[in-house]
Design a protein around this ligand. Structure first.
Ligand SMILES: Nc1ncnc2c1ncn2[C@@H]1O[C@H](COP(=O)(O)OP(=O)(O)O)[C@@H](O)[C@H]1O
Ligand SMILES: [Mg+2]
Length: 424
């Protein structure tokens, strides 16, 4: 959604809020004339009553303009990072591949575009993100090397993750179960470390997780991370419970946010547990169970959690269903107490699946062995027979019965195979 559209939504929505009853209906109908999408969006927002909306911040949440930052391509920033090419962007920063000429290693440089620097909250958040990442020294969390500024543009240098985002990896499809569990387990381990330091990510989604070529997972983008003890009021951002704070949190669509996060509750590790549950569901089924066409409908779907996920998970392995549903409970107290508990359950499921797979493999290995034994017994029987009988009967045994018995044994039809042996 572009900035203009956000502004349009804001205008019509605030106008509608200022009116009541018939006047509101008439205003919306007039403002949304010939624009069915806008009307749906406004109606969905008006219908969502749990939140007092104030969307004045939305425009700045548009993906940053990257044009001006491309001027750094080929240049040296921070006196050591040679900028190569743009590799990603989100609601806040623009990321480039670069080469650290001092250390002779590839790095990723995340810039905060100038338009965002004018917003003091954004600037603060950028600084907080760098500091949070620096404080979190964990193999599954991207490492920050240095914070700097080039030509008035703040940046930080971090390890370059050689892989793709989870969003690119899934491309709207489900992942093989074992792989999905491995990915989510690694994210859970990273989050457990962050939570252990009192840091809550609050913006977990497939765009903010990268999977390296070797399958190793790295959690990115702590741009909205919060300290557990810190209440939203310590920052001069939109107050809790306003749509401004929600969109500031999500940078677009909200289908990964916990219900209490939408309602502006203070940060809690349970927020990340819910988001991880949504991601696990999406990886396993190929779709986010709460995503709807409008923001208001998505909010409502999340407020009905875990309801909308129930049918989505119904075809999954039952133990996986239990894990997802527990992470997606609307009430925080019904979810896992800690993300490490969720991680442990996933680890246990991976172990169980591995044991079951090994058992199945052993069984399949036994099958050809049984077939070979039966063929051997048949050959012995036929050999004995040959010493007594000749002629047509021998031909039948050798050319018809024997191959048929061997075939039946291979496909596990032991009873007819035995019958044929007896006849032979
Ligand atoms: N360290 C990294 N290595 C490789 N790619 C990265 C790295 N950090 C970010 N990216 C890419 O840049 C995109 C935006 O980065 P992110 O930190 O999520 O920014 P934003 O805060 O704007 O969402 C990511 O989705 C990813 O594609
Ligand atoms: Mg991001």
């Amino acid at each position: 959604m572009n900035a203009e559209r956000w502004q349009q939504i804001e205008r019509v929505y605030s106008g509608a809020l200022a009116r009541q009853g018939q006047a509101r209906t008439a205003f919306v109908a007039e403002a949304c004339r010939d624009d069915e999408g806008l009307q749906k969006e406004i109606e969905s927002l008006l219908a969502y009553e749990a939140v007092t909306f104030s969307i004045s911040d939305w425009a700045v949440l548009d993906p940053p303009s990257t044009e001006s930052l491309d001027r750094f391509i080929g240049q040296l920033v921070g006196a050591r990072y040679r900028i190569a090419e743009r590799i990603g962007e989100g609601g806040m920063g623009v990321v480039y591949r670069a080469s650290d000429e001092q250390m002779r290693r590839p790095v990723a440089i995340k810039f905060l575009p100038q338009a965002m620097c004018r917003d003091v909250n954004r600037l603060n958040r950028f600084g907080i993100e760098a500091r949070v990442l620096a404080a979190l020294n964990h193999p599954h969390i991207v490492t920050v090397h240095e914070v700097g500024e080039s030509d008035g543009v703040p940046f930080f240098a971090m390890e370059l993750v050689d892989g793709t985002t989870l969003r690119e990896r899934i491309r709207g499809m489900s992942m093989p179960l074992r792989e999905a569990l491995e990915v989510v387990h690694q994210i859970a381990v990273a989050l457990a470390a962050a939570h252990g330091q009192g840091i809550i990510h609050r913006d977990l989604k497939p765009e903010n997780v990268m999977v390296r070529r070797d399958g190793y997972v790295k959690v990115l983008d702590f741009g909205l991370a919060a300290l557990r003890a810190q209440t939203p009021s310590t920052e001069s951002r939109p107050s809790a419970g306003t749509l401004g704070s929600i969109v500031a949190l999500i940078g677009g669509t909200p289908p990964y946010m916990a219900p209490e996060q939408i309602d502006g509750a203070p940060p809690d590790p349970g927020n990340d547990i819910f988001s991880l549950g949504v991601m696990l569901c999406e990886l396993a089924t190929g779709a986010n169970p709460f995503a709807q066409t409008t923001i208001g409908e998505t909010f409502r779907a999340i407020q009905q959690a875990p309801g909308p996920a129930q049918s989505a998970v119904s075809t999954l392995e039952p133990r996986l269903q239990t894990i997802i549903m527990k992470a997606l409970q609307k009430e925080r107290s019904q979810r896992y107490a800690a993300v490490s508990e969720l991680g442990a359950q996933i680890r246990q499921l991976v172990t169980d699946i591995d044991v079951e797979t090994a058992q199945a493999r052993r069984f399949l290995r036994i099958r050809p062995y049984v077939a070979a034994m039966m063929a051997l017994a048949l050959t012995a029987a036929a050999g004995a027979f040959l010493t007594y009988r000749h002629g047509e009967r021998i031909r039948w045994v050798r050319e018809e019965a024997m191959p048929e018995i061997a075939r039946l044994a291979t496909v596990d039809r032991f009873v007819p195979a035995f019958r044929l042996i007896q006849q032979s």
